[in-house]
Design a protein around this ligand. Structure first.
Ligand code: DC
Length: 195
């Protein structure tokens, strides 16, 4: 008998709405693990770019690569580290503007979403988990203990994103960032699977 507390908290919402900030703070308060599923999609987008694939033009090439990618969440001193083919995934790489530009195209591929499910659910055994994304309460953890949806106005989200160093191209303005966010929202919310 382990007596380990099993609590799943789902936090969904659009880009730059404050999900990560809330999820991270909650994980700290509850002594749980914070799981950022957007980073998992970003990792696949990054790996696709590294393999010379344009996910928008050739989604089938991304799907063909999936068996070659071993993506795992590894618990290290209270935090989860994303591991791709035995190598820790560098945050700076997956938050780069080139990755942000194609991640929505990757996240709308049904086979990628399906492949992701087991990898996201794998961390449930850890006990208390706070998972953020777009489809956590609806698809990934439908039986979550608590489900939250967080959003903010497009202007506020653009302002937040602009403050996140490394995530926008040099010279970006509030208007250009707001336009990028609106385009990603459009792709994320109109896709066929888990919009
Ligand atoms: O949260 P984020 O901006 O880092 O997410 C990156 C992309 O991944 C974004 O296009 C939405 C997508 N995503 C998704 O489709 N489902 C999730 N559970 C998490 C992210």
């Amino acid at each position: 008998m382990t007596g380990k507390k099993m609590i799943q908290i789902a936090i969904d919402g659009p880009a730059a709405s404050g999900k990560s900030t809330a999820a991270r703070a909650l994980a700290e308060r509850l002594g749980g693990y914070y799981v950022n599923t957007g980073d998992m999609y970003r990792t696949v987008a990054w790996a696709a770019l590294q393999a010379g694939i344009d996910p928008d033009a050739d989604p089938a090439a991304v799907v063909a690569k999936l068996p070659a990618w071993d993506l795992r969440l590894q618990a290290e001193e209270g935090v989860l580290q994303l591991i791709l083919n035995d190598v820790p995934v560098p945050q700076a790489a997956i938050r780069a503007p080139e990755v942000a530009a194609v991640v929505s195209q990757v996240a709308r591929i049904p086979e990628v979403r399906d492949w992701m499910l087991d990898r996201q659910r794998d961390c449930r055994h850890l006990g208390i988990i706070i998972m953020e994304g777009r489809d956590i309460g609806t698809v990934v953890l439908p039986d979550a203990t608590c489900k939250f949806f967080i959003t903010a106005s497009p202007e506020e989200r653009a302002r937040r994103r602009l403050q996140q160093a490394g995530e926008v191209t040099p010279g970006a303005t509030l208007a250009s960032v707001a336009a990028d966010i609106a385009e990603r929202d459009r792709i994320d919310s109109t896709r066929a699977v888990a919009p």
